[in-house]
Design a protein around this ligand. Structure first.
Ligand code: NAD
Ligand code: DAU
Length: 358
């Protein structure tokens, strides 16, 4: 069985992708998982039902900018690997308030690297050579594509938003800690994820939830921007594979070759909602409204994931059509989760349970 006897830190494990990684590690491997999360607005611990009473799971409410707290966790749990998913992740928020993105994505990654380095240097040789830090990043660091072409691992970095610039900075820090201090790091750059437990500020859950409420569906600009969609469970599988078998110092692009325009995505959601939650007052498509474009809006992303396929044998299990249908089914069946995250009730619970302001 995979990861038997190994302890893995997952930072940002209460977020969208981090919780999918934790669910995957608990369900499909024997790893002991330490979920390290500050519990920002984007987090929800109820996204990990497998955690309840699980002896292979621990949670620490810790900010990755907090060096002493991280140090205490490294000393206590002695991890074999770290998967860094803690981040501020929403482009629109980074445009309105870039400060938190610099703090968590840049300073937080720096702090985590420093504490991982201190811990790694203290390990005995066999543990030291087996240790890995996987930094989870995004295709947005490569900037925007024209009508043709794909991002490869060799594409030059050209970030266009405060979010992608902060992620690019963190990737550079990870590279430097590998080259300078020989910390055994691996980096992944993935395309747009979607699936269950996705916070409803992002395109797909935003449209599903607004569609169900029969509210306006705001499509930025002309709706012809293209994203390359990957089902979140496929990403989680890729990440555990890279942690296990990825080559130190390498970067792996992750993507599903599911390029779709935003308008196509929104219309597909409308058509599925028409079937699954029909309304007497007409098709959900009539709710679509074209609104002002996002400043610096990247036109097209598309990932060449052939290195991950050729070197590690990874491929996505879901087509976009399967994944989007399952996602809508999940949102329809989990209205309670949706109500929790949209009402803010879950944050009140956190405050009572774990203390501090969220
Ligand atoms: P998310 O916003 O859903 O979750 C981020 C998590 O990190 C939250 O649980 C939050 O509480 C936690 N967090 C934030 N700041 C923290 C801090 N200072 N200390 C500790 N925890 C903190 O994000 P996501 O969509 O799950 O993305 C996870 C990672 O994957 C990010 O690094 C993101 O850049 C990357 N990524 C995301 C996508 C995507 O489509 N969502 C695609 C490629 C890469
Ligand atoms: O490519 C990977 C990135 O994908 C990740 O690194 C980011 O963390 C993640 O948020 C995502 O970034 P995007 O900006 O592509 O995702 P978002 O869901 O915000 O928007 C997807 C597209 O839909 C984008 O072109 C903007 C558009 N959009 C978004 C929203 C929320 C709309 O047209 N209307 C909307 O209401």
């Amino acid at each position: 069985m995979r990861f038997r006897g190994l302890t893995i830190f997952v930072t940002g494990g209460a977020g969208f992708i981090g919780s999918a990684v934790v669910r995957h590690l608990l369900e499909d491997t024997e790893a002991f998982v330490v979920n390290i999360d500050k519990l920002t607005y984007a987090s929800n611990l109820s996204s990990i039902p497998q955690a309840a009473g699980n002896p292979r799971y621990a949670f620490a409410k810790v900010d990755i900018c907090d060096a002493p707290a991280l140090r205490a966790l490294f000393d206590r749990y002695q991890p074999h690997g770290v998967m860094n998913l803690a981040a501020e992740s929403h482009v629109d928020r980074s445009i309105d308030g870039p400060g938190e993105f610099i703090r968590t994505n840049v300073v937080g990654t720096f702090t985590l690297l420093q504490e991982a380095l201190r811990y790694w240097r203290g390990l005995e040789p066999a543990r030291r050579s087996a240790f890995r830090l996987l930094h989870v990043s995004t295709d947005e660091v490569y900037g925007s594509l024209g009508a043709e072409g794909l991002f490869t691992e060799a594409t030059a970095y050209q970030p266009n938003s405060p979010y992608s610039a902060s992620k690019a900075s963190s990737d550079h820090l990870v590279r430097a800690w590998r080259e300078t201090y020989e910390l055994p790091t691996v980096v992944t750059n993935c395309s747009n994820n979607y699936g269950p437990y996705h916070f409803p500020e992002k395109l797909i859950p935003h449209m599903i939830i607004k569609g169900l409420a029969h509210e306006t569906l705001p499509v930025y600009g002309d709706g012809m921007n293209v994203r390359d969609w990957l089902y979140v469970e496929d990403h989680a599988n890729a990440l555990s594979l890279v942690l296990e078998r990825g080559v130190v110092g390498e970067t792996y692009n992750v993507g599903g070759r599911n390029e779709r325009t935003n308008l196509y995505v929104v219309e597909t959601i409308c058509d599925l909602l028409d079937q699954l939650a029909p309304r007497a007052d007409g098709s959900h498509r009539r709710l679509i409204s074209f609104v002002a474009d996002r400043p610096g809006h990247d036109r097209r992303y598309a990932i060449d994931a052939s290195k991950l396929k050729d070197d590690l044998g990874w491929g996505p299990a879901y087509t976009f059509e399967q994944g989007i249908a399952e996602t809508i089914d999940w949102y329809l069946a989990n209205q309670e989760w949706v109500a929790e995250v949209t009402s803010g009730a879950y944050r009140e619970y956190y405050t009572q349970q774990y203390g501090g302001k969220q």
